[in-house]
Design a protein around this ligand. Structure first.
Ligand SMILES: NC(=O)c1ccc[n+]([C@@H]2O[C@H](COP(=O)([O-])OP(=O)(O)OC[C@H]3O[C@@H](n4cnc5c(N)ncnc54)[C@H](OP(=O)(O)O)[C@@H]3O)[C@@H](O)[C@H]2O)c1
Length: 256
């Protein structure tokens, strides 16, 4: 039996940071499987890791990539100790003015692929396996000018929490990670249509290592939600106390 971690979106940002953190702290792992489209980035990461890394380069929006992962899990007789679903993207801007492929692509990657990878891995998980799903603070309330992205992350948050309950009897724990802005390549993609994020981004920004350290700590504490910074914890409380129509109309005005 081979004990492994699978990390999607490992070629940059938060996924890459997870790979480095598990590599340093989890000696019991036999291999770390790293998934993303940019093969050269994965090769560069694999060279840095102490563990043997299996590179799976492919587009997760394409079902064949997930089928490949399933086949590899079966062939290698694996036990998945960690599944980190970090692959994802967001595009800022009004939905109707956005590119159709990119708007629907967020659903394909952030929702469908995350669900499919999780489904493929579950038969290979057991007692004390962990699933860590990258949601976002955008999951807490609908966000005009980030409509599809925020909706996909609400799905991730909802799916993770109910799956955590379903899997408790198998001692498998699911944590949804809900950061605010994080300093990664995410914003190169998110702002590519020219829509700038709110200026709040600058002072709310955290780093991938803070997100990952908090997420791992919360996962081991069996928490279903991980919110890495005080500011986003306050935002979470705000979205539980202030009527959503007020927050939505405030955000909408900021972007216009
Ligand atoms: N940065 C933030 O402010 C922030 C805040 C809250 C939540 N998040 C979430 O955190 C996760 C990680 O984001 P990040 O900040 O680390 O952004 P990032 O640096 O842009 O990383 C995104 C990762 O997803 C991979 N990816 C994108 N499209 C893919 C596809 N079609 N198939 C396979 N892999 C794909 C990318 O690799 P390739 O391009 O090589 O495929 C990359 O490794 C995302 O789910 C994001 O929504 C980010």
């Amino acid at each position: 039996m081979k004990y492994i971690a699978i990390i999607t979106g490992a070629s940059s940002g938060i996924g890459r940071e997870f790979a480095m953190a598990l590599d340093q702290s989890m000696d019991a792992l036999d291999e770390i499987w790293i998934v993303a489209r940019r093969k050269e980035r994965l090769e560069e990461l694999a060279e840095k890791l102490r563990h043997h890394a299996k590179i799976i380069s492919g587009d997760l929006s394409n079902r064949n990539t997930v089928n490949r992962i399933s086949a590899m899990l079966r062939a290698d007789k694996c036990r998945v100790r960690f599944l980190i679903n970090a692959a994802g993207y967001g595009i800022l801007g009004e939905f109707a003015k956005g590119d159709r492929k990119e708007e629907t692509g967020m659903c394909d990657l952030n929702v469908r692929a995350l669900t499919d990878v999780t489904y493929a891995c579950l038969p290979f998980m057991g007692k004390n396996s962990r699933i860590i799903n990258l949601a976002s603070s955008a999951a807490f309330v609908p966000q005009p000018s980030f409509s599809v992205y925020a909706a996909t992350k609400s799905y991730v948050l909802s799916f993770s929490r109910s799956l955590n309950a379903e899997l408790k009897d198998r001692n498998i724990y699911v944590t949804a990670v809900c950061p605010g802005p994080v300093k990664t390549e995410f914003f190169d993609v998110a702002e590519k249509l020219g829509t700038r994020t709110l200026s709040m981004k600058k002072w709310a920004m955290t780093t991938p290592d803070v997100v990952v350290k908090t997420a791992l700590r919360d996962s081991f504490a069996r928490k279903e939600i991980s919110i890495p910074t005080t500011m986003m914890k306050l935002f979470y409380i705000l979205t539980k106390t202030v009527p959503h129509h007020m927050i939505i109309s405030f955000t909408d005005r900021l972007y216009r």
